[in-house]
Design a protein around this ligand. Structure first.
Ligand code: NAI
Ligand code: MG
Length: 393
């Protein structure tokens, strides 16, 4: 295999801790790569007015492969107040760099596997007539990553031409007397091409890995245009995959059924916001944020990241106590992506081994409240977990 170059973007808070550990693991598994570090996150917002500097975009533009830790985001006004004094009042507006990166590189597929590791105390358990059972969940969420409610087309006090355009819709009559400054509009825009791609990729994945169903999780009974377009495309695409069932669920009902029969689902495809929700919900059944991994994949560029954020409360603890498994699993997805499936499998098997053995566990797996004392209560530090996984490789 030719040596790969990976753009590493630790970002903020615990993003730095988990990415650092991850590079040790990638080395240990024998992945031959060069890592180029890139600036992203809060520090660069404060000092430069841009959390995703152009030099970072250029590096990704060149190498097309990234590992991302996590970033800190804050509401618009708070972000503006924290800008360096010389940058204040110069029209800088804060946007989340990870959302920006997904859009800039059109990383339109967000893939979030949610799989049970045997022996994880955080696994979902269901009460039965005479005890408990622990169904093995194996769900892979395909979330459209660039459009919908997160595309950023929104206003408070929409400009007059926007308001007039909206008022051509009969349902806007209900809002006609609302003063502009009291009216907020966030649009949900889907394109047929993007719907097609996320669904097609979901079906391809199901076929490749033997999942028996693809579920479109939306809300077409109410959100008829955008969710309706997803449903329409799904029904067309399914015809090319006769062996795979197409199921359709509404996001609200899906949240209810999730605890009832999560083991019945395979691939789930959703738009941006519902995909965010449904993937967090399933991740909660298999270990939560400490285990939730993800890939952002475009046509010729991909960035891999744990789902969790920068967890500022834990950022400065030394030694670090956070669980690096989500980051490890994200980098295993990267290895799959670059054709190093064998190394990816070895990482997942090593994680499975450590989890099942149960001797080395992060505080979250021990159901402790995160604090420095957890180490005295038997929890492993972030780097002890890395060592345990490496020892199992
Ligand atoms: P968070 O994911 O950072 O943390 C929430 C809680 O989950 C933590 O307090 C901790 O108890 C637990 N947790 C998270 N990661 C963990 C890990 N690896 N091991 C063990 N426990 C873990 O979400 P929160 O607190 O809502 O947001 C903090 C900051 O992160 C905010 O600024 C937010 O905007 C940002 N964020 C960034 C994301 C990203 O970089 N993709 C995603 C989500 C939030
Ligand atoms: Mg989320």
């Amino acid at each position: 295999m030719p040596k790969r170059t990976v753009v590493t973007m630790p970002g903020d808070g615990i993003g730095k801790n988990v990415l650092q550990e991850d590079l040790k693991l990638l080395d240990a598994v024998g992945f031959e790569a060069e890592y180029v570090f890139a600036d992203v996150g809060w520090e660069f917002w404060v000092t430069e007015g841009n959390p995703l500097p152009k030099r970072t975009i250029d590096l990704l533009e060149k190498h097309r492969l990234g590992l991302f830790g996590a970033i800190t985001s804050k509401p618009k006004d708070q972000a503006a107040n924290e800008l360096a004094p010389e940058l204040q009042g110069k029209g800088h507006v804060y946007y989340s760099p990870i959302v920006g990166m997904r859009q800039y590189f059109n990383l339109d597929l967000c893939i979030r596997p949610c799989r049970t590791f045997k022996g994880n105390p955080l696994n979902f358990a269901r009460k039965t007539r005479d005890g408990y059972e622990e169904p093995a969940v194996d769900v892979v969420v395909f979330r459209q990553n660039t459009q919908g409610l997160y595309a950023g087309v929104e206003w408070t006090n929409p400009p007059p031409e926007v308001r007039q355009a909206l008022e051509t819709h009969p349902k806007m009559a209900a809002f006609k007397d609302v003063p502009g400054e009291d009216l907020a509009v966030s649009t949900r825009i889907y394109t047929r091409e993007a719907c097609h791609r996320i669904i097609e990729e979901g079906f391809k994945y199901a076929k490749k890995f033997g999942y028996k169903s693809v579920t479109i999780c939306e809300k077409p009974n109410v959100i008829r245009e955008t969710s309706g377009m997803m449903r329409e495309e799904a029904r067309k695409i399914q015809k090319d995959y006769p062996g795979i069932a197409l199921w359709e669920t509404n996001i609200d009902a899906q949240m209810m059924w999730l605890n009832k029969n999560p083991e019945d689902y395979g691939v789930i495809v959703s738009g941006n916001m519902f995909g965010d929700i449904v993937s967090d919900a399933f991740a909660g059944l298999v270990g939560g944020l400490g285990f939730a991994c993800s890939a952002n994949v475009g046509k010729d560029c991909a960035v891999f990241e744990p789902t969790h954020g920068s967890a500022p409360k834990y950022a400065d603890l030394d030694p670090s106590i956070v669980n690096p498994m989500a980051m490890f699993l994200s980098s295993a997805m990267m290895l799959d992506y670059v054709g190093e499936e064998d190394k990816a499998r070895r990482i997942r098997d090593a994680i499975a081994g450590v989890v099942e053995e149960g001797k080395v566990r992060a505080y979250d797996m021990m159901k402790l409240k995160g604090a420095p004392e957890v180490l005295d209560q038997g929890a492993a530090s972030t780097s002890q977990i890395t060592d345990a996984v490496i020892a199992k490789l």
